[in-house]
Ligand binder design. Sequence first.
Ligand code: PSU
Ligand code: MN
Length: 303
Amino acid sequence: MSTVALSDAVGTALAEGAPIVALESTVYSNLGLPTPDNEAALRRSVEAIHELGAVPAVTAVIDGTLRAGIEEHEWERVLTADHKTAERDLPVAVGQRWSVGVTTVSASLAIAATAGIAVFATGGIGGVHRDWGRTADISADLDAIARHPVATVSAGAKSFLDLEHTLEALETLGAPVIGWQTDEFPAFTARTSGLPIPHRCDDVDELSRIVSAQRDFGRGALVVTPVPEQDALDQAVHDAALTDALQAVDEEGIVGAAVTPFVLGRIAAATEGASVPANLALVENNARLAASLAGALRPGTDR
Ligand code: PSU
Ligand code: MN
């Protein structure tokens, strides 16, 4: 993998062993959120990480270079980008010198691992799609979460996925799933899917010991935390919008990497934007937990 260029702040933090939180960039582009909510989401994530004394490292490909940490004058390029970049696309983005590639969870984890960053925050991970038997559509996020020695913090997986089989796939791949102050798998804008998860943790030092032990194996873990109660999307509103969105996927023949942005856009439109505030709140909440975890997890210390 090509070298990752670090922002000054991330370079200094790595050298000093200060806490860092990697962030993806697809969610902050219009593939993830409409303008201007995407910028608000980015700002809230970055500020939450700073508030907790950690350094944010937004990952992206810019002018053909893999980046961990972007400067504020580069935000606009990421916010307006439309080139979704998964881990397998990274070598092509570098070789073809893409102007801007926004990273998914899998690509962000590859960049974070290469840079030596231990903690990563996203909104909701990709997973097993509901029609996986027909389409074989299983997000590359899952394998990347298990394979890279980076802890991923998310609000579970996106609610339009097959969450039961997403958990099953994570088990097969060997990724521990740890509920932060919960026993159930969160469902993105909903606090729970009702599905039990194997492990729960209520204390950040304990969480850092778990993540650190898994890093010693050279592997990653998934930490899940529900959207804050006051920001959760009404379940009935959500379910109705989702049914319509999934029907539209079929009718309009949307496949592959286009499915996730399409469904997110349809749900946002159908809920008259009620899903967007929930999405912003959970992204910030995840960044906050990731920053606390990064603070508890001092690189190089044997906890
Ligand atoms: N969750 C969101 N918005 C997003 C995504 C997740 O709320 O934009 C993105 C993430 O970058 C994730 C990707 O890695 O969708 C998964 O896409 P796919 O299902 O094609 O693997
Ligand atoms: Mn997919």
